[in-house]
Write a protein of this length. Structure first.
Lengths: 169, 224
């Protein structure tokens, strides 16, 4: 290389990073966000605060050490798969104080609200095949995907049902 | 006597050029160390994806040693490209040149270019590592700055509240910070980290209006 540096390389601009983070990377390249102290992901999320899109907020939180406790808190407050609850009541609840997720809520509450909503939709779809929602299933799919690896076993079928539904366009 | 490690973070591309041209040896060394802390790891991970048998650490080490060469920085300015893409291309060219030289020594054909096709994951590995090292460097600098001023508890409050999501009432009193002023303290620390990021992102050609969107993009490279 000359001292004046390289020539511009158009391919760098044209190529997209469609392969996704860490795809087929060497093992050491996959530890980027897993270092001691606060993760890089959590630091970015902290800087963005309320301006962080819900999907990224939830994914970030569900990748943190707090994820297990948060999911337990949320799921324990919900009916479990196989225990048929009055979904009308749940549907009404989501329009109450714990219903729709609001941007001004603190991060943990926003995450809890989204997780709760996704879990309720999943349960309804799993047990009834329908959910009266103004939000498309595709919108909930990324959250269901992020939750899937860490939810207790009884919830997995429900979330899979939501994901299967989300993929039918 | 060794130069003490300072807490400054590279403030902007303009100041990089000023230090590169007219800075004292200490200023140059400090800036080179700051830039190396951000870009070394992404370059290493990028070059590893080519699977070359050469020592890529040596390639990156040499490149980082020349990072403040005025000719190198002038070339980057003329290119109007983000600094990291300029560095990435420079690293790739350097790797190609070394492979060529090795082949010549071995009497093999000069077909290094064909062998150095960039894999699909090369850029993703680079961007992921860049996102991580950038925020790590910015937050480390902010933490060191606060600690040097005897305000380490403010950094801890930021981590406890903004990162771990603990309410002020729970995390501020044990740190000796009144709950009433905790919100302002957190906002100030957040501002310090954002300012540190702004300096580097100006060299990456990120306009102020696009700053938040860039943070979302950097975060998305790291998402699980």
């Amino acid at each position: 290389m000359s001292a004046s540096g390289p020539e511009p390389e158009s391919r760098d601009r044209e190529r997209s990073d469609a392969a996704g983070p860490g795809h087929d990377a060497p093992p050491h390249a996959q530890h980027g966000a897993q270092q001691e102290g606060p993760s890089c992901l959590a630091l970015y999320a902290a800087l963005l605060g309320e301006r962080l899109p819900s999907d990224l907020l939830v994914r970030t939180w569900l990748a943190s050490e707090d994820a297990g406790a948060l999911l337990s808190d949320v799921l324990e407050a919900l009916p479990q798969p196989g225990c048929l609850e009055a979904l009308e009541r749940i549907d009404a609840e989501r329009h109450g104080p714990d219903g729709p997720v609001r941007a001004e809520w603190p991060p943990r509450v926003r995450v809890a609200g989204v997780v709760r909503y996704v879990a309720m939709v999943a349960l309804a779809l799993h047990e009834h095949g329908v959910w009266r929602s103004s939000r498309p299933a595709q919108e909930l799919d990324p959250v269901a995907e992020a939750m899937l690896p860490i939810v207790p076993e009884p919830w997995k079928a429900s979330l899979c049902a939501l994901r299967a539904r989300a993929q039918v366009v | 006597m060794p130069t003490p490690v300072t807490d400054s973070f590279p403030p902007s591309a303009r100041s990089w050029l000023a230090v590169a041209r007219d800075g004292s040896p200490d200023q140059r060394r400090e800036l080179a160390a700051s830039l190396t802390a951000i870009y070394r790891d992404p370059l290493l991970r990028y070059l590893h994806t080519f699977g070359a048998r050469l020592d890529v650490e040596d390639v990156v080490q040499d490149l980082c040693a020349r990072i403040l060469d005025p000719g190198f920085l002038d070339g980057w300015q003329r290119s109007e490209r983000p600094f990291r893409l300029w560095l990435r291309t420079a690293a790739r060219f350097e790797l190609m040149n070394r492979i060529r030289a090795e082949r010549r020594r071995d009497g093999a054909g000069d077909d290094a270019l064909a062998d150095l096709a960039e894999s699909d994951n090369a850029q993703a590995a680079f961007e992921r590592a860049y996102s991580a090292s950038l925020i790590r460097s910015a937050s480390d600098a902010a933490q060191r700055l606060l600690e040097s001023q005897g305000r380490g508890s403010e950094w801890m409050l930021f981590i406890e509240h903004a990162v771990h999501g603990k309410p002020y009432a729970q995390c501020a009193p044990p740190l000796g910070i009144p709950v009433d002023s905790a919100r302002h303290v957190t906002a100030r620390v957040r501002g310090l980290v954002l300012d540190a990021l702004r300096g580097v992102l100006s060299a990456e050609r990120v306009a102020e209006a696009d700053f938040e969107q860039e943070l979302v993009s950097l975060l998305s490279h790291l998402k699980p």
